[in-house]
Design a protein around this ligand. Structure first.
Ligand SMILES: Nc1ncnc2c1ncn2[C@@H]1O[C@H](COP(=O)(O)OP(=O)(O)O)[C@@H](O)[C@H]1O
Ligand SMILES: [Mg+2]
Length: 377
């Protein structure tokens, strides 16, 4: 094997096997395409691989890179990276390989970015340790027994139940107490809004158990989401570090769910300023005041997450504003698909997102080495 003189930093992107197979077949995923395109300007060494292609003994990885002249992905042996960008999970049987790989990267004073996926319950526990962030969190507890649900329903008329780990709004159930003592349960799954009424607490518990099956889930105070023409509204921010290691809030999208849906996912998205100026009739001054508050909130969350979980090149933060202008944290996504960002801000934002990641890798590589220890969650 020939290890060439690679431009540094060497950035490796860990992908799921299926995505890599698509690369082999030259089926290009759009976000990969943006990374490749941005790298033509940034000029790092950039390759893609899946965990089964790591050879720890030889300290090499069989990866794919974009061959500019041939206009296709080509396979080659690469050295272990200076920056490992983790974009996908992998089969449990590779946990040890993954651990050893991270260890090797750190041994050569490299960096692992975008490490763990977030568990919603753990996130709540971590963020609630911070006195500033605590005030943005809806009351939350994990459900061990029916009594946990009963207690929350005594306090809050509307609650949200969610699996500890979940995405796309698929494992979110809203429960509302009705004036006659019955309960309304609603969820949005597979493009389908499902709303039903159950007569009493016993039936509610059965309904909830049926919904979550064996999965662990939490219960949370319902945030009063803004409504526009019966559609719930919340916000998604894509937050990153740039090439100077500064926080860059790439775009904040207002997400409008389907009418009567408990969640805003799978609807439309528009720019933050368009929503508050044009839909809600904010003045410029009101908008700027809100924007300043939102920036402080997002920056605090992003920096605090890095302190507790390690480095993230990007995090998608879900949050809401209630009718009293109070900001609420909903969740953080380590591997955002950036659907709303693209809907609201177009392709230029996705390109900038990729460029930031590569520039941030550069920043990490070039800055003086320090030995800081991050405690894994
Ligand atoms: N406590 C809550 N109060 C009001 N709405 C909520 C609450 N939790 C979740 N939602 C709604 O459900 C959506 C999905 O919940 P989220 O926690 O982001 O899970 P997922 O990982 O499935 O995206 C949110 O974007 C929001 O619209
Ligand atoms: Mg979400």
């Amino acid at each position: 094997m020939r290890i060439q003189n690679y431009p540094r930093p060497v950035v490796a992107v860990l992908l799921r096997r299926e995505i890599l197979i698509n690369l082999q077949k030259q089926i290009n995923q759009s976000w990969i395409h943006y990374l490749v395109e941005a790298n033509q300007v940034v000029n790092n060494t950039l390759y893609f691989f899946s965990i089964g292609d790591v050879n720890l003994a030889a300290k090499t990885i069989k990866g794919y890179y974009w061959h500019q002249r041939r206009q296709k992905f080509v396979q080659q042996d690469f050295p272990l990276p200076d920056v490992l960008y983790v974009r996908s999970g992998f089969n449990k049987r590779y946990t040890k390989t993954y651990r050893n790989l991270c260890q090797e990267v750190r041994k050569k004073k490299g960096h692992v970015i975008t490490h763990y996926t977030f568990n919603k319950w753990r996130l709540y526990q971590v963020l609630s340790q911070n006195p500033v962030l605590k005030k943005y969190l809806p009351a939350t507890r994990t459900v061990e027994q029916a009594d946990d649900i009963a207690k929350m329903l005594q306090k809050y008329k509307t609650v949200y139940l969610k699996t500890h780990i979940g995405r796309k709004g698929e494992s979110v159930l809203r429960v509302r107490t009705m004036p006659d003592g019955s309960y309304q349960c609603s969820n949005f799954r597979n493009g389908q809004l499902d709303i039903k009424i159950v007569p009493d607490f016993q039936t509610l518990i059965m309904e909830i158990r049926n919904f979550f099956q064996h999965k662990k889930y939490l219960i949370q105070e319902g945030i009063q989401l803004l409504q526009f023409e019966n559609r719930p509204v919340d916000l998604r921010a894509e937050v990153q570090y740039d090439g100077d290691g500064k926080v860059d809030i790439l775009g904040i999208s207002a997400r409008l769910g389907r009418p009567l849906s408990p969640i805003t996912t799978h609807g439309d998205a528009c720019k933050f300023e368009d929503f508050f100026l044009n839909y809600l009739g904010y003045t410029r001054e009101q908008l700027e005041k809100l924007r300043a508050d939102v920036y402080v909130f997002l920056t605090t969350v992003y920096d605090y997450l890095q302190k507790n979980y390690g480095r993230y090149a990007e995090i998608g933060i879900d949050f809401a504003i209630d009718p009293n202008h109070h900001l609420w944290f909903i969740e953080a996504n380590s591997r955002s698909t950036k659907v709303s960002l693209q809907k609201a801000y177009g392709k230029a934002a996705l390109y900038k997102n990729s460029k930031n990641i590569l520039n941030y890798a550069n920043y990490l590589y070039k800055r003086p080495k320090r030995s800081g220890k991050v405690v894994a969650p």
